[in-house]
Design a protein around this ligand. Structure first.
Ligand SMILES: NC(=O)c1ccc[n+]([C@@H]2O[C@H](COP(=O)([O-])OP(=O)(O)OC[C@H]3O[C@@H](n4cnc5c(N)ncnc54)[C@H](O)[C@@H]3O)[C@@H](O)[C@H]2O)c1
Length: 288
């Protein structure tokens, strides 16, 4: 299966990085979001990041401009009719994603690969709402997508081998290192990392200082970033949703979300993006 034109649905935190990575790898990208404002914000962000790469000598003005020229934005899904692959990056909500996959299935040509950037929802469930579940696959990028090298590739129960191998080859072509996951909540990284952050929040609830937990894991386990800092960085709302996904997906109490995590999300103190989580942040996202 040849991929030359790629659709990206969603222009948030992840969609923006994914669109950038793919355009930089010489693919034409059609980038769709219901919100034109999000698309314009995403484009401005990509321009800024590409400019920074040029300034650091990691890219050239010609390459940066070429990548920008390969990006086309739209607010209507119908423009995706000619693409070979679509990567969906709308919020982590199964009903919303199913709705999008149904819409995509009606719009794209038969044979188009439909990939989801879900962090852990069922790829098989997304495939079930399409006419061709063989072509539906998980392609989980990490934040920030232009910097993080990993791509978790997750075939659903009915995904074809050909689609799986095409996705692995595509990952390589955009400079990512791919791993094969099984279609169970959390795949590999979140299955291990999210319960670790949840456990760290239990320690905070028991009275341990966030800074001590971060120092302990950096100095004692050689982690580059402590779990509480990481939780604030990822967003406590995202963390809670993923933890709930593990809890419900496996129906296992070992994945119970920490009550303090639930409380902080209820209070709206969800981390760096709101200026306050376990730590406080200024407008630039720096800790204060
Ligand atoms: N945030 C992370 O660190 C991270 C990391 C890896 C994977 N993910 C996954 O990536 C996906 C997207 O997360 P995000 O953080 O980028 O979300 P986000 O909220 O930043 O962005 C979502 C975008 O989807 C758009 N959208 C909503 N409904 C839509 C529709 N019907 N049609 C088109 N666009 C629509 C929104 O306007 C928004 O721009 C989720 O599945 C999430 O689990 C997130």
């Amino acid at each position: 299966m040849k991929i030359s034109k790629v659709g990206v649905v969603g222009a948030g935190l992840m969609g923006s990085g994914i669109a950038q990575v793919i355009a930089e790898a010489d693919y034409d990208v059609i980038w769709v979001d219901i919100s034109n404002e999000q698309l314009q914000k995403g484009l401005t962000n990509i321009k800024r990041l590409l400019q920074r790469k040029v300034e650091k000598g990691k890219s050239t003005t010609v390459k940066a401009e070429a990548a920008l020229n390969r990006l086309t934005t739209a607010t209507d899904m119908s423009v995706l009719v000619g693409v070979d692959l679509v990567i969906e990056a709308v919020p982590e909500n199964l009903e919303l994603k199913k709705k999008i996959f149904k819409q995509l299935d009606e719009v794209v040509r038969p044979g188009t690969i439909l990939a989801s950037n879900t962090s852990g929802l069922s790829v098989s469930a997304l495939g079930s709402v399409t006419r061709c579940p063989e072509h539906v696959i998980g392609a989980h990028f990490f934040y920030p997508a232009p910097m993080m090298e990993l791509l978790e590739v997750t075939p659903g129960l009915l995904t074809s081998n050909e689609v799986f191998h095409t996705m692995m080859a595509f990952a390589k072509s955009i400079g990512k290192i791919s791993v094969e996951c099984k279609d169970y909540p959390g795949f590999i990284v979140n299955r291990i990392l999210v319960p670790m952050m949840n456990e760290a929040i239990y320690l905070v609830m028991e009275g341990v200082k966030p800074d001590d937990i971060d120092t302990a894991m950096k100095m004692g386990a050689n982690h580059p970033m402590g779990p509480i800092t990481l939780a604030d960085f990822v967003g406590l709302d995202t963390l809670l949703a993923t933890m709930q996904g593990l809890y419900e997906g496996f129906n296992d109490s070992k994945y119970r979300p920490c009550p303090l995590l639930v409380k902080m999300v209820e209070a709206g103190t969800v981390g760096r993006k709101t200026g306050r989580g376990f730590y406080c942040y200024n407008e630039k996202g720096e800790r204060v």
